[in-house]
Design a protein around this ligand. Structure first.
Ligand SMILES: *Cc1c(COP(=O)(O)O)cnc(C)c1O
Length: 426
């Protein structure tokens, strides 16, 4: 590869990001001490602040026991409220429209209880063909739950033949033609495999104009691209917090319900004692009084030690700001793209992510035309200390995360990819 390492170092000095706030794992191969970590789209790195904050919550249990519910620096009963406003800012919502709870697929189910209401001819759920498997299984099981046939009721939208990404125009066409049979549109905001950023406002508007409900899985969008869920009129959304939100493996997830649906008595919801308004929760009444907020979708009292890392992470996003992060993300990914163009030119590799920066987040996905992607990812890791992730059969995903990734990480990834493929072809 011709791109000089010194250039990457210079770019890092000029545009350093916030790497020092994170634990970067050691490299287990290559000539650099730290890993070039490009798998933050799979599991984000641990913020340094998380450990102490989590231990402080644990100490409250040691010293206060049951009184910790109502006493201390962060009493547990209203603990989830600490997460609501920063989560709302992150996704462009009003605080009443968001709540942090459960995990992502669980939340998708709870939201579909309310928002997938097939009736008459209007039964279909539209997803993208490359939807994350959990989403595919979730919608198929919801369809079966309503006594319908997933084979005919779940519509999987594919890119045109020979193309890698869905065209917005094709989605809009489908909704204009078949929209009267669609009950729910549920796409990933950023596709987990290709990294394509969907046109959320356009598809939401078209789906709603067709009379469907439009929800978004923002697992790969939250903390990656700026979002304006309220203004875009999205009906509902859900996202996890362990990818770009750096809140730890299996971290609690987020939910958005548009204000026009809050307080609606006609929407079915599953309830528990956390679905009722906080002021009357301990009156032990037999009938709930749900608040006109997204908290009405809560069921159980939340796991405090799982909320701490989400709180710490959201505070970090608040202090840096999503717009600032997006600006750095555009610079970092453009740099990686330039290097990958050089690497892929003479080798059996293709970048499948859209080339328009407005149609992607930070991730670039590369299709590997020789050998297996997972073998390649193992060699990148063990021989070069580059942590990328492979998706069977042939995709390597590289995500330069604007909070902590460096230009030098990108340079190492491109260099290692070129060298590994060269060895394979020799
Ligand atoms: C990561 C991811 C999930 C994971 O689901 P969990 O319920 O958190 O295990 C689901 N959907 C998409 C699109 C994802 O990217």
């Amino acid at each position: 590869m011709n791109a000089p390492e010194a250039e990457a170092r210079r770019l890092d000095e000029a545009d350093p990001g916030h790497r020092r706030l994170f634990h970067v794992p050691p490299a287990d191969g290559g000539r650099h001490p730290e890993a070039a970590y490009l798998a933050g789209n799979s599991l984000g790195l641990a913020p340094r602040a998380t450990r102490d904050e989590l231990l402080a919550d644990l100490d409250a249990w040691h010293t206060r026991a049951v009184e910790g519910h109502v006493e201390g620096e962060r009493p547990w009963l209203p603990y989830h409220e600490l997460l609501t406003a920063p989560a709302a800012r992150l996704v462009g919502a009003e605080p009443a429209e968001t709540v942090v709870m459960n995990s992502l697929t669980v939340n998708l189910h709870l939201l579909m209880v309310s928002f997938y209401r097939p009736h008459g001819e209007r039964t279909r759920i539209v997803i993208e063909d490359s939807a994350f498997p959990s989403d595919s299984y979730a919608v198929r099981s919801q369809v079966r739950f309503h006594g319908l046939d997933p084979e005919t009721t779940v519509v999987r939208m594919r890119p045109r033949s020979g193309e890698e990404n869905l065209r917005t125009a094709d989605v809009l066409d489908y909704l204009a033609r078949e929209g009267d049979k669609v009950a729910l549109v549920l796409f990933g905001g950023v596709n987990y495999l290709t990294g394509e950023l969907m046109d959320i406002p356009a598809i939401t508007a078209a789906g709603r104009a067709a009379g469907a409900v439009v929800g978004w899985d923002l697992a790969h969008a939250a903390g990656n691209v700026p979002l304006r869920l309220h203004d875009w009129d999205v009906d509902f959304a859900a996202w996890c917090s362990y990818k770009y939100l750096n809140s730890g493996p299996g971290a609690l997830a987020g939910v958005f319900v548009h204000s026009r649906h809050l307080g609606r008595a006609d929407l079915p919801r599953f309830e528990g004692w956390w679905s009722t308004e906080a002021q009357t929760r301990f009156e032990m009444a037999p009938v709930s009084r749900p608040p006109a907020t997204a908290e009405a979708w809560q069921i159980s009292n939340p796991p405090i030690f799982a909320m701490g890392p989400v709180r710490t992470s959201l505070e970090l996003f608040d202090s840096v700001g999503m717009e600032t992060l997006r600006a750095r993300s555009l610079r970092l990914t453009a740099y990686l793209e330039r290097l990958l163009d050089e690497v892929t030119e003479s080798r059996p590799l293709t970048v499948v992510t859209p080339r328009d920066p407005q149609r992607r987040g930070c991730q670039l996905s590369v299709r590997v035309g020789t050998g297996s992607a997972s073998t390649l990812a193992k060699r990148l890791r063990h021989d070069y200390g580059v942590i990328a992730d492979a998706r069977e059969p042939d995709i390597i995903r590289l995500a330069p995360v604007p909070l902590y990734s460096s230009y030098h990480d990108c340079w190492r990834a491109a260099e290692a990819l070129a060298a590994t493929i060269n060895e394979e072809l020799r």
